[in-house]
Design a protein around this ligand. Structure first.
Ligand SMILES: [Zn+2]
Length: 416
């Protein structure tokens, strides 16, 4: 055993408050992490970065001349010119049939648009769109309706008014068979500051070979972010404990990322800042989601296939049960892979009904010391071998099929 589950649980408990990008609470969480590092004798550094954000001043939606529904507006979406009215259409999927019928209408969509489908909405000439949150069996006082943001990779394509509604209300709305709907949106854009928290541990033998070790510490609105991702923050803090006691042969950059939940903004800011140094970065180890009592362990390898094999052999050798995926993780490991740095993400979570990510039910009662410790122990086992390897064994090459997945995940435009 390397990790201390009790110590991890304590840190996770202290971080278990809502800590949205750019909020005073996000800063408070950064301060807690810096304090933890300081207890270990490390002076953490705060790396500020700008986040384009917005405020929703007004968001209203009703059936024209009829029932009004509670909605939130998307930040950074297009403000309406007072109240606008448009025919209503339920765009079930982004296929040609639905898109053909959507022209000039306000649409309710089943799926949150990504840049590809958002472009389809723009091309179809819709007047605005609305996404749904929650489930059809939600009770209003036990659930929250969050305020979402239209991300830059979409606002760059063009602007639309956008709203978000409870699924229970969307169901009711469709039962009313509205012909036209009326909507008002007032938004204002601004920039706020978020931070990455950095600690460097210089390597004793190969200081110029760098391994990044990261976890995001922000959460989404209404979520205590215990499972996602105070747990990962505690995992890498255990790695820092280990390498404090056992100085690493290679240099370690510990990074607790801010603003992951707004689109991996902390890791994107970090990789943008250090992009000229990445020829010296040999691996990125990420921890996102962990500690759950009900669940299973997982490793996502965004690197050469041989690293999957290595993790599999090692897990069998030490008796660690884990699923291994050769894939892209929706987390801070991805911008590193995009810079050509092989990456791996460790996680522990459950299937449907076992945990409720990004809601008020991401809470401490669903996690345990054991659930936290098991992943951290393996992460140390894995890291200490590679960090101290005589010859670094992970190929610097990321296979083409994984590069393709990364590009698709990041919605990169194909270069001609
Ligand atoms: Zn996360």
């Amino acid at each position: 055993m390397y990790a201390d589950g009790k110590r991890m649980y304590d840190l996770v408990s202290r971080m278990g408050f809502v800590r949205v990008s750019g909020s005073p609470e996000e800063e408070k969480a950064a301060a807690i992490l810096m304090e933890e590092a300081k207890k270990l004798g490390f002076e953490a550094e705060k790396m500020p970065f700008e986040v384009e954000d917005g405020t929703v001043l007004k968001a209203q939606f009703r059936i024209t001349g009829g029932k009004e529904y509670t909605v939130t507006g998307y930040k950074c979406a297009k403000s309406t010119d007072g109240e606008e009215t448009a025919p209503f259409f339920y765009l079930e999927q982004f296929d040609d049939v639905c898109l053909q019928k959507a022209k000039g209408k306000f649409v309710l969509v089943n799926e949150r648009p990504n840049p590809e489908t958002y472009q389809k909405l723009l091309d179809a000439g819709v007047k605005g769109f609305m996404t749904m949150g929650g489930t059809v069996i939600d009770e209003e006082d036990k659930t929250d309706l969050d305020t979402r943001k239209l991300r830059k990779n979409m606002t760059d394509l063009g602007l639309l008014p956008a709203f978000h509604i409870r699924m229970t209300d969307a169901l009711d709305l469709l039962k009313q068979k509205p012909e036209t709907v009326s909507f008002t949106l007032e938004t204002k854009n601004h920039v706020h500051i978020s931070h990455n928290v950095l600690v460097t541990v210089k390597g004793t033998d190969f200081p110029d070979e760098i391994i990044d070790i990261g976890a995001h510490y922000d959460s989404v609105e209404f979520s205590y972010g215990v499972w996602d991702n105070a747990a990962g923050c505690a995992t890498i803090m255990e790695l820092l404990h280990y390498f404090k006691e056992n100085p690493p042969r290679r240099t370690l950059n510990f990074i607790w990322f801010g603003s992951e939940e707004l689109g991996l903004l902390g890791s994107k800011a970090y990789t943008a800042k250090y992009k000229d140094e990445f020829d010296r970065h040999v691996l990125m180890i990420n921890a996102d989601v962990g500690g759950s009592i009900l669940g299973r362990n997982q490793a996502v390898v965004t690197a050469d296939q041989s690293l999957c094999n290595y993790v599999e052999y090692l897990s069998k050798e030490v008796g660690y049960s884990t699923a291994i995926r050769h894939d892209v993780m929706s987390s801070d490991s991805t911008p590193f892979a995009d810079c050509g740095v092989p990456a791996i993400s460790f996680a522990r979570g459950g299937g449907q009904g076992m945990g409720f990510m990004h809601t008020r039910y991401d809470m401490i009662s669903l996690i345990s010391e054991e659930g936290l410790q098991v992943v951290a122990d393996f992460a140390v086992e894995f890291a200490k071998r590679l960090v101290n390897a005589e010859v670094f064994p992970v190929p610097k090459k990321i296979p083409d099929e994984i590069v393709e997945k990364v590009d698709r995940y990041l919605f990169k435009k194909k270069e001609n």
